[in-house]
Ligand binder design. Structure first.
Ligand SMILES: Cc1cc2nc3c(=O)[nH]c(=O)nc-3n(C[C@H](O)[C@H](O)[C@H](O)COP(=O)(O)OP(=O)(O)OC[C@H]3O[C@@H](n4cnc5c(N)ncnc54)[C@H](O)[C@@H]3O)c2cc1C
Length: 405
């Protein structure tokens, strides 16, 4: 059996895996050996995804030193929600949220996937995180270590293995952790579009009969669009000539921002709800999409994943301060307890919204509901606090106070 050389091995160099490795450096100190494995390390797939990051996950990125390495980001100052039929001439707004002018805190901040991963890789290198451009092919628990076999056949041992290898996680499969999962029978079309008129940081979510169309503001008068359709329609739309695609997009988006011209994309992504039955096994934890995936209409997938990182690291830091082993069943159960309820509620809320907005008969009900929420400042404030991820007790890395890095 190889000697336990690493405190932590992370499988997956997506945003959650990289944030886990850097945050572990903060939690465990400079002497801990931390390794990230990903077969696509030097040739990551180019992604058009852009994330609306809420306040607490953003603070995690600030507290681990990655935020300052990002290029220009776009704050969302206002959000409008409309509910209409495709043929309606006006997309009437039923609910609006405004940024809190007093605190200067935007509703969320838009960050491109590729920019975020680049900033995290730079931060990880500066934090002496080690990398292997390999996948993990086998795992075995041995005493107080987990033994990890890489695709090259090399075997390494660590105190804990963090599975951050995405929705199709091999590590989760090897650990025989089952998932509860269902297919939404919808795909998200993602593209970057240029607008004619300035969006002034306004995000718009149009609820239409087939699904949602979100226009999420990016710097330089651009939007990241997330447009949900049935799989056969998504395929047809993505394969049509650019001018026809733009015409269909404009029909749905309306003319509030002038002409919309596609500058990148479209790409399309299947949508599933998925949650692992357990977020840990012996010497193993699941974070991010390896643990849960959700419908993007509430923009919560990565936000949840970064919150996983904050809660796991609080567990690790508390154990390390007392000189305890970070990978015992008790520690990993503590992480699971801190994450399961919030994850189930977040996935359930997105699922309920999806059902409510794709049932034509529920339109009168939801419009009445949206109208009531729009008129009630306390309900809106509570919803905004929930979306910002600031409800309940937060671990250190998700709080506002700066942490030593
Ligand atoms: C259309 C759309 C819009 C979205 N919008 C938002 C939003 O606005 N806000 C938000 O919070 N979330 C959003 N999300 C969700 C977000 O994209 C995911 O939650 C997030 O990317 C998950 O990150 P991750 O690091 O867990 O997984 P991934 O990004 O999937 O990364 C997994 C990594 O693991 C690597 N890997 C795979 N197999 C192995 C292996 N065997 N060994 C080692 N490495 C491996 C992969 O190469 C990859 O680098 C959206 C999702 C979609 C589809």
């Amino acid at each position: 059996m190889p000697k336990r050389a690493f405190e932590l091995i992370v499988s997956g160099a997506g945003p959650v895996g990289l944030a886990t490795a850097i945050a572990a450096r903060v939690a465990l100190g400079p002497r801990a050996r931390i390794l990230v494995c990903d077969p696509l390390l030097r040739r990551p797939r180019r992604s058009l995804l852009a994330y609306a990051l809420s306040a607490a996950p953003r603070r995690l990125l600030e507290n681990i030193g990655a935020w300052r390495r990002l290029g220009p980001v776009q704050p969302i100052e206002r959000m409008e929600i409309t509910d209409s039929e495709l043929r309606d001439i006006v997309r009437q707004s039923f609910l609006t949220f405004e940024a809190d002018m007093a605190s200067g805190e935007p509703l969320a901040v838009m960050v491109g996937h590729d920019d975020l991963v680049m900033a995290l890789i730079e931060t990880a290198r500066a934090s002496s995180i080690e990398f292997r451009e390999e996948s993990i092919s086998a795992i075995a628990q041995r005493g107080t270590s987990v033994e990890v076999t890489l695709s090259s056949g090399e075997t390494l041992a660590a105190g804990v293995l963090a599975a951050c290898d995405g929705a199709q996680s091999i590590v989760r499969e090897r650990a025989k952790i089952p998932v509860v999962s269902w297919d939404y029978q919808r795909e998200a079309i993602v593209a970057t579009v240029q607008t004619e008129r300035d969006h002034e940081g306004c995000a718009v979510q149009h609820f239409l009969p087939a699904g949602t169309l979100a226009l999420l503001p990016l710097p330089s008068r651009r939007f990241s669009i997330v447009w949900v359709e049935k799989p056969e329609d998504a395929k047809r739309l993505c394969e049509m000539p650019k001018e026809d695609f733009e015409f269909e997009l404009q029909r749905r988006a309306g003319h509030a921002f002038g002409k919309l011209s596609v500058v990148e994309g479209p790409q399309h992504y299947p949508l599933r709800l998925q949650i692992a039955r357990r977020f840990h096994a012996e010497r193993l934890v699941l974070l991010g999409d390896a643990a849960h995936t959700t419908h993007p209409l509430a923009g919560q997938g990565l936000n949840l994943g970064l919150r996983d990182v904050g809660f796991l690291m609080q567990q690790f830091a508390d154990a390390a301060r007392l000189g305890l082993d970070i990978g015992t069943a008790e520690q990993l159960e503590g992480y699971e307890r801190s994450r399961r309820a919030e994850t189930v509620v977040t996935l359930g809320t997105a699922d309920t919204l999806f059902g409510l907005f794709t049932t034509p008969a529920a339109r009168a009900l939801r419009d009445a509901g949206l109208g009531i929420v729009d008129c009630s400042t306390p309900i809106k404030s509570a919803l905004m606090r929930q979306a910002a991820g600031e409800a309940g007790e937060l671990p250190e890395l998700l709080r506002r106070e700066p942490v030593d890095v």
